[in-house]
Design a protein around this ligand. Structure first.
Ligand code: SF4
Length: 66
């Protein structure tokens, strides 16, 4: 799994960090970032929930193939 946050789209709503706080956090400006080392989701089942929770669809989750 690869998590990508479109920083141009993110409005800093914080839903991702609320939904999956072990994976997402917010920077000083309130915009979301993936915690270091959690770019692969860290095995969290909440990542997809967080992507759905984002009101502007800024969180993209893709599966690694192979
Ligand atoms: S839920 Fe979406 S808009 Fe809100 S902080 Fe997370 S990525 Fe940004």
């Amino acid at each position: 799994m690869d998590i990508h946050i479109d920083e141009d789209t993110c409005i800093g709503a914080g839903q991702c960090a609320l939904t999956a706080p072990e994976v997402f956090t917010q920077d000083d400006d309130g915009y979301s970032t993936v915690r270091p080392g959690k770019e692969d989701g860290g095995g969290s089942a909440l990542v997809r929930e967080a992507a759905r929770a984002c009101p502007v669809g800024a969180v993209r989750v893709t599966e690694r193939v192979g």
